[in-house]
Design a protein around this ligand. Structure first.
Ligand SMILES: Nc1nc2c(ncn2[C@@H]2O[C@H](COP(=O)(O)OP(=O)(O)OP(=O)(O)O)[C@@H](O)[C@H]2O)c(=O)[nH]1
Ligand SMILES: [Mg+2]
Length: 247
């Protein structure tokens, strides 16, 4: 695999690192060409097909992506299968519905590679009214508030676009396989003392039919999964639980 050479933002030393982009995909045939042509040169796109029936995996393969099959439904199941299949130093995540441009992940990966952050998140800035329905925005504000209460982290969004080191991500041992996965990643990262940073990214209306945010059922399921994650004991308490049993 090709690695990316980038000059270090604070000095002359060049840093070389490989990047994989995990793209969870459920019936995104119409969005895939737009998404895959924006993968930065030298990066590997890992499209995780989650049981599409619209030909998405063949389209992704034809466009040069690595395709991983994850038969178990769920956003988290798809993201995690991509993380397990990745082999680069740095792993990025991006939705596969053309609402976010994966080309914008370059500074995300650079910030992680330079050691300036452990997890970089894209703060979605809607470019038109239709890009982000009001109920989803309001839910996100409430979620950011709950996250702050739980972890002390002051984030303004919990978007799907992100970058971190692969080995560190694996060590978080994420267990959610549905809509709570992105939140669990941030909560566990905060508990582990990671430096979490946000960068603005334009948020565009998705291509194709809405499955989560634009539907009541999808939104309700997402809220339920995220509530579960916030109920989880902090990492320290989880790890010390067996000792307490032995006392
Ligand atoms: N909803 C859903 N999306 C999945 C699943 N597996 C993979 N995905 C992909 O995960 C990404 C995010 O899902 P989206 O359906 O865009 O969720 P969202 O952005 O909250 O809401 P909408 O764009 O309004 O549907 C997309 O690229 C999906 O194709 C799954 O089981 N359910
Ligand atoms: Mg979407």
């Amino acid at each position: 695999m090709k690695a990316v050479t980038d000059s270090h933002p604070k000095g002359n030393a060049a840093t070389t690192y490989a990047v994989n982009v995990v793209l969870p995909c459920l019936d995104e045939a119409r969005a895939l060409p737009w998404v895959l042509e924006r993968i930065p040169p030298g990066w590997r796109a890992i499209v995780v097909d989650n049981g599409s029936t619209d030909g998405s995996p063949d389209i992704a393969r034809d466009l040069g992506a690595t395709v991983v099959d994850e038969p178990r439904r769920g956003f988290g199941a798809a993201c995690h299968a991509g993380l397990l299949a990745a082999d680069a130093d740095i792993v990025c995540f991006c939705d596969c519905d053309a609402s976010l441009d994966p080309g914008l992940l370059v500074p995300f990966a650079a910030q992680v590679a330079a050691g300036e952050a452990d997890l970089v998140l894209g703060r979605r800035r809607p470019q038109s009214y239709g890009a982000w329905p009001p109920h989803a925005r309001a839910g996100n504000v409430a979620l950011a508030r709950m996250l702050r209460r739980r972890t002390g982290l002051r984030l303004r969004d919990l978007g799907p676009m992100r970058a971190a080191r692969r080995e560190a991500l694996l060590a978080l041992d994420l267990s959610d396989r549905r809509s709570g996965y992105p939140l669990q990643m941030v909560v566990r990262a905060a508990d582990a003392g990671w430096r979490v940073r946000e960068r603005d990214v334009p948020y565009l209306p998705r291509t194709g039919r809405s499955k989560v945010t634009g539907t009541w059922r999808g939104t309700w399921n997402a809220v339920r999964d995220m509530r579960e994650v916030l109920r989880e004991e902090p990492a320290a308490a989880r790890l010390s639980a067996p000792l307490e049993v032995n006392r």
